[in-house]
Ligand binder design. Structure first.
Ligand code: ATP
Ligand code: MG
Length: 171
């Protein structure tokens, strides 16, 4: 099956959720998924859920804590590079039909890795692999190189009323 490059961006809720939904659907069809999270923050419920899917989904977490802003540390940069290299290897291995780079747009925005290295990975995508990139503020070059781009646009969000991220819903 021909695979495409999908980007979920924008400031509204649903980017990571959409990627997880697609991953779930893919496993239902017997497709193997490599799911990498670049802005590893706190523990998340999706980690627990994905572990239950056994070898249908491989989950990796690299990069910086999601709350770092401004200048990332050398360790965060090294971790993100390592993660991206591993994702590329997984993409080229023939073992996975779906690759998810969760928050890769944010990793680019905070200079954990360059937009060029992410574009290189996109260009190297085998024809039969689906590649999903999430995160707000997608770089214009990523948008141009993708086949599908969805913008989650915030109309309203309860965090503006001070509702923190809830276990099972946001984390
Ligand atoms: P989800 O993981 O729920 O699908 P998302 O991937 O679209 O959301 P991200 O931009 O990755 O959203 O943000 C991750 C989480 O950070 C959100 O679910 C929310 O809990 C929290 N968050 C995002 N923006 C804000 C904000 N402005 N104030 C408070 N919390 C925020
Ligand atoms: Mg997200």
């Amino acid at each position: 099956m021909k695979g495409y490059v999908q980007v979920y961006t924008g400031n509204g809720k649903g980017k990571t959720t959409a990627a997880l939904g697609l991953a779930l659907r893919a496993t239902g069809a017997g497709l193997k998924v490599f799911f990498i999270q670049f802005m590893k923050g706190m523990e998340s419920s999706e980690q627990v859920a994905l572990e239950k899917l056994g070898d249908l989904i491989t989950l990796k977490r690299y990069g910086a804590p999601s709350f770092i802003m401004d200048v990332p540390s050398q360790e965060d940069i090294a971790s993100a590079y390592e993660g991206l290299a591993e994702a590329k290897q997984a993409m080229l291995s023939g073992k996975y039909q779906v690759i998810v780079l969760d928050e890769a747009n944010v990793a680019v925005q905070y200079n954990l890795f360059s937009v060029e290295i992410l574009l290189d990975l996109m260009r190297a995508k085998p024809d039969d692999v689906e590649l999903i990139i999430t995160g707000r503020n997608a770089h214009q070059m990523i948008i141009e190189a993708a086949d599908l781009v969805t913008e989650m646009k915030e109309i309203k969000h309860y965090y503006q009323k001070g509702i923190p991220a809830r276990i099972g819903i946001e984390k």
